[in-house]
Design a protein around this ligand. Structure first.
Ligand code: ATP
Length: 358
């Protein structure tokens, strides 16, 4: 079966890791027809927009996309491209599997957990009022009238909306995910004791809807305690269910536990579309040097293969990553080696080809 998939190389190290990923996925023999589109800095130059309509249109048509990291220019009034993509396509669930990989030296071993992050609400909803603007002044006035809140004149304001409907769909997604993937337990992270009307809704909704899944164990933990427990004994966790901001932060923390951002894949999933992308950003500090680790994006590709129903090919890619890392011969700089992005991509593609032939 042939699959049409949108490929967005992205910014910074994006084109480098995307090139390697494409060669590994092509080596599986799965018939993927790549539809290349741009977003981010590259698109701003060629299309005059960070997220061109032609890119969104292609994703709506193909329904599946894989993208490299995209950088949003800071301080120029642009809405984050990643946030815009998630909101415009209603990709409400971020799924980020984190597991210990062979041959990667780390403090902890035998980690196998999945971060499920709500992707559309919370402090990342993008509702912001810039310090010193008439809108910020009007909001401060309103807040004073409504609740006597004294917000300093020199404050900028970011709002944190969390709705029952928004929480409900991610809670149900997480519990369904546990069932479908034969996982064991959901841990809900929150700070409902302080943010009673936002995190409180997240926790209450989890509590209510968990009763529809009596076969799935769950617990709730304050986000600060959860962070401490994660760095002490991450093996105790299975599926972490988190509101947007905490999900972003703890994804990177979990990445650090298993060897860094160069290793962690991700999927952004909605009812209609799915966009796969590594958890890491565009890494401007190493962009263009040819040393980025492509594994995070390659593993995002294997998640995509699984989503497309190509289970055997997905397993082959995962195994190739384990085998190449386990041999400890080809490693990129972030893992203490000297291999280039291209060399790592070639080693993975060769491994995939070998196991396809075997
Ligand atoms: P964003 O805000 O877009 O998430 P960030 O500021 O969190 O980005 P990243 O771009 O993810 O930062 O980079 C954080 C650090 O991790 C940098 O030092 C970068 O070089 C390193 N890094 C990220 N991705 C990779 C990779 N694939 N290979 C090697 N190093 C990486």
């Amino acid at each position: 079966m042939s699959h049409e998939v949108v490929l967005i190389p992205g910014d910074g190290i994006g084109p480098e890791v995307a090139g390697a990923t494409r060669s590994v996925l092509d080596a599986t023999g799965v018939d993927i027809r790549w539809v290349e589109r741009s977003a981010g800095a590259a698109a701003l130059e060629t299309h005059g927009a960070l997220l061109p309509e032609s890119t969104l249109e292609a994703i709506r048509r193909c329904r599946t996309a894989i993208k490299g990291p995209i950088a949003t220019p800071v301080g120029q009034g642009f809405r984050s491209v990643n946030v815009a993509l998630r909101q415009d396509l209603d990709l409400f669930a971020a799924v980020r599997p984190v597991r210990s990989l062979p041959g990667v030296p780390t403090r902890h071993h035998d980690i196998d957990l999945v971060v499920i992050r709500e992707n559309t609400e919370d402090l990342y909803r993008g509702i912001e009022f810039e310090r010193g603007t008439p809108d910020a002044a009007a909001l401060r006035g309103k807040l004073h009238d409504l609740g006597g809140f004294q917000i300093p004149e020199d404050a900028g304001i970011t709002l944190k909306p969390i709705s029952v409907s928004g929480a409900r769909r991610i809670v149900r997604f997480a519990f369904e995910y546990v069932r479908a993937n034969r996982r064991r337990k959901v841990t809900v992270g929150h700070k409902a004791n302080v943010m009673r009307y936002s995190d409180g809704i997240f926790l209450e909704t989890a509590r209510t809807d968990a009763s529809d899944y009596p076969d799935v164990a769950w617990e709730d933990v304050h986000i600060d305690t959860l962070s401490a427990r994660l760095v002490r004994s991450p093996q105790g966790f299975d599926v972490l269910l988190l509101p947007n901001l905490y999900g972003d932060i703890l994804s990177d923390l979990c990445a650090g536990l298993v060897g860094g951002l160069g290793l962690i894949p991700g999927a952004n999933i909605g009812w209609e579309y799915a966009v796969f992308e590594p958890v890491h950003g565009s890494a401007p500090d190493i962009a263009g040097m040819g040393i980025a680790n492509p594994i995070a994006m390659v593993l995002s590709g294997s998640m995509m293969l699984r989503h497309l129903g190509e289970l055997k090919a997905a397993d082959t890619v995962d195994r190739a990553v384990d085998q190449v890392l386990g041999r400890r011969q080809i490693r990129t700089a972030d893992l203490g080696g000297r291999a280039s992005t291209v060399e790592m991509g070639e080693a993975l593609a060769n491994e995939v080809t070998r196991s396809e032939v075997a």
